[in-house]
Design a protein around this ligand. Sequence first.
Ligand code: PLP
Length: 368
Amino acid sequence: MCPYLRENITALEGYIPGEQPRNGAAIKLNTNENPYPPSPRVRKALRKATNRNLRLYPEPLSDSLRALAASAYGVAPENVLAGNGSDELLSILVRCFVGPGDRVAYPVPTYTLYDTLIAIQQGEKVTLDYLPDFSLPEMLYAQQSAVTFVCNPNSPSGTLVGRAELERLARSVAGILVVDEAYIDFAEGEGVSALPLIRDFANLVVLRSFSKSFSLAGLRIGLAFAAEEIIAGMMKVKDSYNLNRLSLVAACAALQDRAWMARNVARIQQSRKQLTKALTKMGFQVYPSQANFVMARRAGQNLKWLYEALRRRGILVRYFDALGLQDSFRISVGTPREVSVLLREIRAIEKEAKDGADKSHGAGPHRP
Ligand SMILES: Cc1ncc(COP(=O)(O)O)c(C=O)c1O
């Protein structure tokens, strides 16, 4: 133990990211990456930017990206902040709005990084269980918290809360409402994003990520959208050069080819349907997902063995060894081939387990 650390850091467990195998997994469906590559325009822009100018610092405020994002999403550049992944934006937000003892409320289960960031700031987390269908608990509206988080679509459930609920929440909470929309591009239908609401609510922050729909997890790019005053505050807290030169040009190129992103999203939505249908047929409860992953549950059965058996076969899914989630795992939607191999292997593993159980309990002289 290090005696120099702040006590809350010593006590902190630390966020545990999903496994990133060094030699690559055969099939990696554990951290909600996009199975398709980024736009060719991104690769072209990166090649062009990999030159002697790398010796120079990047734009401190990522102004070129802010301008493009503002026009793409119909807001002003002053309403946009670029981050080194939306994780950095979450960290900036918590440092801006949460001091020791301040309350931060959110429905659970959800993205567990919120816990870690609050603990670093010595804030007080107030977690409220989602209703069984993953709608928002009524008590969330009544919380007097410095910050309220809603992950929408939520992870690990993949479920979506409607804009009307978020509007009501923005109106009723005492402090800042952060809507984490890392997965919103995978949601179907119009009017699902809370982004247009930043015009009406001075306490609303909407976060977007380039890691999922734009296939750029490796470059770490996120955007925050909010009223000018909030963005100005967050600017003071961020690192001076928080986006590197290559991430900046990649993000700009990706935003200029949103048709590429939309095409990949459509393919993933199609595979999501097939995966959901097949898992349901195999006896899993699958929550209606609007993200690029699904949560599959077998109520009351611990699924760690199945997760481990898949892992031994080179297939990674995400298992959360936490209370209330041990009978579930979260599966990122891969290519049609990855989805079919996954399903084939689950069937094979379950058949083996069943055959083994039949043998050991089977009729015969040894049966007790
Ligand atoms: C709900 C949620 N928010 C934010 C993030 C972070 O995304 P980024 O890669 O943009 O930091 C993730 C990453 O998995 C996530 O699941």
